[in-house]
Write a new protein. Structure first.
Length: 77
């Protein structure tokens, strides 16, 4: 994923989460995903934990070339 796509993803996520893009980026770079799960339902938190614990899927997500590819990976898991 290039920097422009990463910025778009961070901006979209920050709007959904009600957090600033800068704060979200810092937390993610530190490996702190609590900001991602703070506004989620119990079911969505469980789904997030499932994705984060799947090493193969995480490797694919990290190498994704676009937000669309990320969405495709997540919907096909």
């Amino acid at each position: 994923m290039n920097d422009k796509d990463y910025d778009k993803l961070i901006n979209a996520a920050s709007k959904k989460l009600g957090a600033s893009p800068e704060a979200l980026r810092k937390n993610l770079e530190k490996g702190d995903v609590s900001a991602l799960s703070s506004g989620l339902s119990k079911a969505d938190k469980a789904k997030l934990r499932e994705v984060l614990s799947n090493k193969e899927l995480m490797a694919k997500l990290k190498s994704a070339s676009s937000p669309q590819e990320i969405m495709n990976l997540l919907s096909n898991k």
